[in-house]
Write a protein that binds this ligand. Structure first.
Ligand code: ATP
Ligand code: MG
Length: 871
């Protein structure tokens, strides 16, 4: 069975069991402060487990793109070294939200694996939670045990501890026992020697977990205690690549058709064979795995960058590049050449790959280029570190500096040092690393108290599209404490006019007003697990009153104008540059808007002009907002609405139309484009290969901009004595400046000539050498000219000049050629030695050299030392 059929079979099985098949959520998470990447199928359903949203489908199934490279689930260091952990993988899953529980979940998993997919029953083991005698005092999961005993022999049921068989979403929230299904794919001979049961959960590459069935029945509170959940849920996850391995009768995920085409391509590009040498094999697996993670992230809109999720992606890509560099001898970009096979292989199940192939290739190639360059630079830097070191051990802090500042990988540092016969102080490196981690961790740590529930409310309503002010009741609140924000309260209302940060748009600010007139400021609004959470510094004393919730109108209007302008800008770019333009990110603030989009070249002045004109024409056209809050996704797409890659959409969507531009959007907009007043682009530039960024302004920001410009112009005119045409006046000034410079040059030459005469008469004879050490008021070029001029008319010269220019010191040494050879004098060595007096360094040739430094006070001392060289 090929992998495509396996995926389909899984989904069909659950479809027949009345599950709704839903699309994979994006792998890159944009609106959950606790998670950067989807690391399990259940992430996109958190709101249902938490009871924040009303469940529409109680049974759901899908295949979910997951990435386990950071946070609680981090498999990165395993990947490539073993054959069954990936960074990016697909997790097949089925869910019950308050519907079926253990009985069905267990029976169906078994039916699918053994009846439908025909996995040999004798190769399967299952595990059951054994209970815990810690503070939780949980009993064994006898329910699951009894259910399994009815289908599998007792000796195939393994009792598991809390680590393996109790699943928690985080420090707080829903959790419960789980049952895992493991498969033993060793040969009959091996199986006869050692029982499979003894190898379960022992990191054996051929006895691996394939499916985890989680039974959520508790809620973990902030104080660590457990309470039963009112409704019980099922959450299962099966590793797709591992399932393929079992069904295709191979012993490594990398030998399945999910990976073999990529591996063949790596072999073709590098000329290395897979399966010959352990070191090469690991590198090939790393690359085959990482290109998937990187390609899928870029397709989801996450470009490699220097911070956050983008930095994680950059590091994954760099890990692969470095494995290639070290073990496959790839010194040129090559990973981008794998994108094509990957797309051919997975583009049907994940069309976002196909549609963005070109962009993915461009971005990967550019990253490869720049990192290979870094590697080369790093090699030079490392060489210097080695040269400057006293002993045979290189300090861990130095290595950390290379790693942290230049991105030079530590294991490569280790390897190179070893080749050169040096060792690395690894302990020091890890200490420096840990210190940095601690710093960033404590900065981002957030402590959350339990929610205080004030009233029951099934689903919160957002009324902010229509009103900016309304009467509300508080539903719940909790205190959160973080280094960054200090103490704050998160408050949920029964309904709210506050727009929560999302879709690139900032969250609303405003206030709550109590009946007695007291005011409590809302400093930000965010969405968490589909719930709108307001951030306040203080809480009202009486939380059960009815409050007036008021959104800051000015900020909202400006933000709305920028959001609508973003849509018009998007349309303008597609119209003027072409339909290859796709949104790659946006930030809609009250003061400005930022729009990232795929395009291969810098925009010309004419193009920018055309874009501005296009948008402003639509503002002048006074186009009314046409909004549809509840359209089936299919209809919206038929209408031509633009959906964004990497965004999560429901079955029903909201469409925003201004004239020809229709987009799926949850943001807030102006009622009419006339409310934008005017649109002005402030900057255009590159973000990554093939991705450009435009920053623009609207409304009062445009007025301010023109006002400032106008003011500068007036000031300039004023400085130009009220010139009628300031451009002409500036051009005249520039021309005059050039003419004056030339005049000065001539005068300086004359001055040097006179000076030369004077100086020659001051030469002193020391040991038969014509010597002079003197401070001059000339620049570097002047001193050089002068020295050579003097050299032309006198033999046996030794000149040391010092000068101070713009607060910096300069020493310059000239030695006649015959002295260099006969007396073994070297200007380069001399300035380097004397450079220490001016706190600097330099060099040059034996007959002429200069040194620069930051201490002019040391010039005299240096000059005084000069004579010593002649003895
Ligand atoms: P393991 O112990 O093998 O790391 P896990 O306990 O971390 O697995 P779960 O979190 O229960 O796994 O995830 C559910 C399923 O997803 C696993 O049974 C496995 O088949 C698959 N899976 C987990 N991590 C990975 C990974 N890094 N690469 C591929 N598949 C994975
Ligand atoms: Mg794991």
């Amino acid at each position: 069975m090929n992998s495509k059929d396996i995926r389909t079979q899984f989904l069909n099985f659950f479809k027949e069991k009345n599950h709704k098949i839903v699309p994979s959520a994006p792998m890159v998470i944009k609106d959950d402060p606790t998670l950067m990447f989807t690391n399990a199928g259940m992430n996109q359903f958190k709101e249902f487990f938490l009871g924040n949203s009303v469940v529409k489908n109680k049974r759901v199934s899908d295949t979910q793109k997951c990435l386990r490279v950071s946070g609680k689930h981090n498999d990165l260091e395993e990947v490539g070294k073993d054959t069954y952990h990936h960074t990016m993988f697909e997790m097949l899953g089925n869910w019950s939200f308050g519907d079926y529980f253990k009985t069905e979940a267990i029976a169906w998993a078994w039916e699918l694996l053994t009846d439908i997919l025909k996995i040999d029953k004798d190769s399967l083991y299952v595990s059951v939670f054994e209970g815990s005698d810690d503070a939780d005092k949980l009993g064994m999961d006898t329910e699951a045990y009894d259910l399994w005993s009815a289908i599998v022999p007792k000796d195939r049921i393994i009792m598991g501890n809390k680590k393996d068989n109790f699943w928690e979403m985080g420090d707080q929230g829903p959790c419960g026992p789980c049952s895992e299904i493991h498969v033993d794919i060793r040969s009959a001979e091996e199986k006869a020697k050692i029982s499979g049961a003894s190898l379960v959960n022992k990191d054996h590459p051929l006895v691996v977990e394939i499916w985890n069935l989680v039974f959520m029945q508790y809620n973990r509170k902030a104080d660590g205690s457990l309470e039963p959940l009112p409704e019980k849920h099922v959450d299962t996850g099966m590793g797709f690549e591992r399932l393929c391995m079992v069904l295709q009768g191979v012993q490594s995920n990398y030998d399945t058709d999910v990976f073999t085409p990529i591996i063949r391509e790596i072999e073709a590009i590098t000329g290395k064979d897979y399966g010959k040498k352990e070191e090469t094999d690991i590198a090939i697996r790393v690359i085959a795995d990482h290109i998937r993670a990187v390609a899928f992230s870029i397709a989801d809109g996450q470009l490699p960058s220097n911070t956050g999720a983008g930095y994680v992606i950059r590091r994954i890509l760099r890990r692969a590049i470095r494995y290639g560099f070290t073990f496959l001898n790839t010194k040129e970009p090559f990973m981008y050449r794998l994108v094509n096979v990957l797309t051919e292989n997975m583009g049907t199940a994940f069309p976002e790959l196909k549609e963005q192939r070109q962009l993915i290739e461009n971005v990967v190639k550019e990253e490869e280029h720049s990192f290979l360059h870094t590697l080369e630079q790093g090699l030079v830097l490392l060489d210097n570190v080695v040269k400057q070191s006293n002993g045979k051990e290189i300090s861990g802090r130095k290595a950390f500096e290379l790693y942290d500042t230049y991105g030079f990988p530590i294991d490569l540092t280790g390897l190179i040092l070893e080749e050169k016969g040096y060792t690395l102080d690894e302990k020091g490196f890890h200490e420096a690393m840990q210190e940095q981690k601690n710093r960033s961790r404590s900065a981002s740590e957030v402590a959350k108290a339990d929610w205080e529930i004030l009233m029951n409310d099934s689903e919160q309503e957002f009324v902010g599209y229509d009103v900016l002010e309304t009467k509300v009741k508080l539903v719940k609140y909790r205190k959160v404490t973080s280094k960054k924000e200090g103490e704050q309260y998160q408050v949920v209302f029964n309904l709210t006019p506050f727009y929560p940060e999302g879709g690139g748009q900032v969250g609303d600010k405003g206030y709550l007003e109590a009946p007695n007139g007291d005011v409590f400021y809302i400093v930000d609004t965010k969405k968490e697990n589909n719930e709108i959470v307001h951030f306040a510094k203080h809480l009202p004393k009486n939380t059960s009153e009815t409050f007036k919730a008021v959104v800051d109108k000015k900020q909202r209007q400006r933000t709305a104008a920028n959001h609508t302008a973003t849509h018009l800008l998007h349309q303008a770019l597609r119209e003027i540059l072409g339909t290859h333009v796709e949104q790659k990110g946006s930030a809609v603030h009250s003061k400005y808007l930022r729009f990232d989009f795929s395009h291969f070249a810098k925009l010309t002045v004419e193009e920018l002009r055309a874009v501005e004109n296009f948008v402003n024409a639509r503002i002048d056209g006074q186009l009314p907002l046409q909004e549809n809050r509840n359209v089936p996704m299919e209809d919206a797409m038929k209408e031509g609405a633009m959906a964004l890659f990497g965004e999560k959409y429901g079955d029903a969507v909201r469409t925003i139309r201004f004239g020809q531009s229709i987009e799926l959007c949850g943001g807030t907009h102006v009622k009419n484009t006339a409310d934008i007043w005017h649109f002005k682009i402030k900057s255009e530039g590159a973000v990554a290969a093939g991705v450009r960024r435009i920053e623009a302004i609207t409304l009062d920001a445009v007025k301010d901009f023109y006002y400032q410009n106008n003011r500068s112009l007036f000031e300039i005119k004023d400085l130009l004595n009220n010139a009628q045409d300031p451009v002409k006046a500036v051009e005249a000034l520039q021309a005059e400046n050039i003419r004056l410079k030339k005049e000065v040059e001539v005068l300086l030459k004359d001055k040097a000539k006179n000076l030369k005469g004077e100086l020659l008469s001051e030469l002193e004879e020391v040991n038969g050498i014509n010597f002079m050490a003197k401070k001059l008021d000339l620049d570097a070029a002047g001193i050089k000219d002068l020295s050579f001029e003097m050299g032309n008319s006198h033999n046996n010269l030794f000149l040391l000049f010092g000068t101070e220019q713009n607060g910096k010191a300069l020493l310059s040494c000239y030695i006649s050629k015959e002295l260099v050879s006969e007396k073994n004098l070297n200007a380069g060595t001399i300035v380097r030695e004397l450079g220490k007096f001016i706190l600097g360094g330099g060099g040059g040739q034996p007959f002429f050299a200069t040194a620069g430094g930051k201490n002019p006070a040391g010039i005299d001392e240096a000059l005084a030392k000069a004579k010593e060289y002649l003895n």
